[in-house]
Design a binder for this molecule. Structure first.
Ligand code: F6R
Length: 609
């Protein structure tokens, strides 16, 4: 998400910045811009909503000559995609320009404080606080001003700064957001990813958190937080540009599976904070309106629908409001009972799915309130809903949804807790316990990614099967549905997900010697019952791969291969248990030689009925 490029050298910055940004297009973006110090040392900013081609067009009409500059492609998080919200952002005098990736968590507080100091803001972004902060601290030394500004910023950032005060300088720093420095011959670059500089150099510095970069005509100096110089090894890039775009992963899907710990963390950022009430900036529903809700419909398609099924469990369990989950294409044509006491939650990664949008419009027509859970700021669904809760997964490129799904689960838990808090259905202690466990999920998700080797081996031994079954009870059944969909989508293997207790009512007839069954047994209270269901398929010859919570090793006596997910609250287990299923579908598709990122017949955004 978002791309940064910066240049200082002897050539014209404009075309180099645009070319670099084009190499970061894979990260997804909705607007683009550059700030270039022209030959007189004056700041020129050109930026606009839309594709890079729009920016190029503008730069063609009004060329900027200058050899120092910063550029940015923005993926909106705070504030819709628009010309004014695009980066670079400047201070009021237009003397300091900043590009930023990441999220400044305390931007509201900083904005209030800076406003009280007389600063005015033009955009809705969190980023705009940065040039004002640098301006506030500027006292004749731009590097010192950036360093002081950074001490006030909480959250994640990679920033690039240029200023008319010292036009021969480019300053940058990162924390929890990637940034590299490209080392050319008499020219230097900053970029959020290596492909942006590969046309010019293969020698880079890979920055660590809180390392400051100062570039001037003499070269690159790296400083720590107190201004001491740091020595760093030059990293020589040997990969080709394609591999670099995928961060070294073979496919976007695998990269996105590995980005899940970060996506989970980002989606909780500033919303789930220990001993503080849940904060949902973009949700205006009042406590009274929440207390008045007598029914919730969660409406979505595909993977987002599966997230909705988990949402039903979570909201009913924690907030005690009845929830129905429906596939959007069915909902819109069945004349559902809706009134002003109904709340609809629509879930959509793209925010553009035609059926989900139509269901939202139908609910609004019948006076229901609609909350949207979406990953795309400014999407149709986000604009038409009454309230929006953004999943901060970053752009998802692979057609098969992975990181968007886990962030949708997090959004469901956040909504459930928010309602529980407002309705008083849980005590403070119970809410705090769930929040604490949620905050541990990113680290536990990292651990689950380590199951990859076992899952890859299982896939290599079983990819030739024509059918597979996914079984689970309760929340595990909901995750089984998602695992089954992933497998179908990218490996083209027929698969079915069943509620394990339903087996003996028909589907068990399909189990025969060698049938592959993936069993989920993460729900403590249902564990024994699930083991009995697994025995039912085992005795009929099934080959079973099972996932349980740590500590339930007794499952090994019943199944062929068992893996464990770290202990967490049962209601949160889906965030972890879905990961091995995503990996299973990935490695099965690889073993079959399928086109993982672009499976046949599927589109990323389904804007037709
Ligand atoms: C599955 C997948 C689809 C989408 C569905 C809804 O991997 O990607 O099933 O989940 O088309 O899309 P959104 O969430 O964009 O509404």
């Amino acid at each position: 998400m978002c791309g940064i490029v910066g240049y200082l050298g002897k050539n014209q910055a404009s075309s180099i910045l645009v070319d670099g940004l084009s190499k970061l297009e894979y990260r997804g973006y909705d607007s683009a811009g550059v700030a270039i110090l022209n030959d007189e040392g004056l700041m020129n900013v050109t930026k606009c909503k839309g594709r890079l081609a729009n920016l190029e067009e503008k730069l063609k009409e009004n060329p900027i000559h200058g050899t120092v500059g910063i550029g940015h492609t923005r993926w909106a998080t705070h504030g819709e995609p628009s010309d004014v919200n695009s980066h670079p952002h400047t201070n009021e005098k237009g003397t300091i320009a900043v590009v930023h990736n990441g999220i400044i968590e305390n931007y509201m507080k900083l904005r209030e404080w800076l406003t009280s100091e007389g600063y005015t803001f033009k955009s809705e972004t969190d980023t705009e606080v940065i040039p004002h902060l640098v301006d506030y601290f500027y006292n004749g030394d731009i590097v010192e001003a950036v360093m002081k500004a950074v001490t006030k910023m909480e959250g994640s950032y990679a920033i690039g700064v240029v200023s008319t005060y010292e036009p021969g300088k480019l300053v940058a720093v990162r924390k929890d957001s990637p940034l590299i420095v490209g080392l050319g011959k008499d020219e230097y670059f900053i970029a959020s990813d290596i492909p942006a500089v590969l046309n010019h150099t293969r020698d880079v510095y890979l920055l660590e958190d809180k390392e400051f970069v100062v570039i001037d005509e003499k070269g690159v100096t790296l400083l720590d937080t107190v201004g001491r110089e740091i020595n760093k090894d030059v990293f020589h890039v040997t990969w080709d540009a394609n591999a670099a775009e995928k961060g070294g992963y073979e496919h976007f899907m695998l990269k996105e599976i590995h980005e899940q710990p970060k996506a989970i963390r980002d989606t909780m950022t500033s919303r789930i904070v220990k001993n503080e009430k849940i904060k949902l900036d973009d949700i205006t529903i009042t406590q009274e309106q929440i207390k008045n809700i007598d029914k919730i419909y969660i409406v979505a398609c595909g993977t987002a629908y599966h997230a909705g099924v988990i949402g039903k469990y979570a909201i009913e369990k924690l907030a005690r409001i009845p929830v129905e989950v429906e596939v959007a294409s069915e909902f819109r044509y069945r004349n559902p009972i809706i009134n002003e006491k109904t709340l609809m939650i629509v879930v959509s990664q793209s925010g553009e799915t035609a059926d989900t949008l139509a269901a939202l419009r139908e609910a609004k027509r019948q006076k229901a309130r609609v909350i949207a859970v979406t990953n795309v700021v400014g999407s149709s669904i986000s604009r038409e809903a009454d309230d929006v809760l953004y999943t901060w997964a970053g752009p998802e490129i692979a057609v098969a949804s992975t990181k968007a799904y886990v962030t949708q689960l997090i959004a469901m838990y956040i909504i459930a807790l928010f309602f529980a808090e407002n309705k008083g259905t849980l005590s403070n202690e119970e809410i705090e316990e769930i929040k604490e466990e949620m905050l541990l999920l990113p680290e536990k998700a990292e651990k689950v990614l380590e199951t990859k080797v076992v899952v890859e081996k299982f896939a290599a031994n079983n990819y030739m099967h024509r059918d597979m079954f996914f079984l689970g009870r309760g929340l595990d059944y909901a995750v089984a549905m998602e695992g089954s969909l992933k497998l179908k989508e990218i490996s083209y293997i027929h698969s079915e997900a069943y509620a394990a207790g339903e087996l003996k009512h028909g589907p068990i007839a399909l189990i025969e010697d060698g049938t592959v069954v993936i069993a989920l047994a993460t729900q403590e209270v249902l564990f024994e019952k699930m083991v009995s269901n697994i025995k039912e398929v085992k005795t009929r010859g099934a080959n079973v791969l099972a996932f349980a919570m740590e500590g339930h090793n007794e499952i090994e006596k019943t199944v062929d291969v068992a893996r464990y997910i770290p202990r967490t609250l049962e209601v949160l287990a889906p965030v972890l248990s879905v990961i091995p299923l995503q990996l299973l579908s990935y490695y099965t598709a690889i073993a079959k030689g399928c086109d993982v990122d672009k499976p046949r017949n599927l589109a990323k955004s389904v804007t037709v009925e």
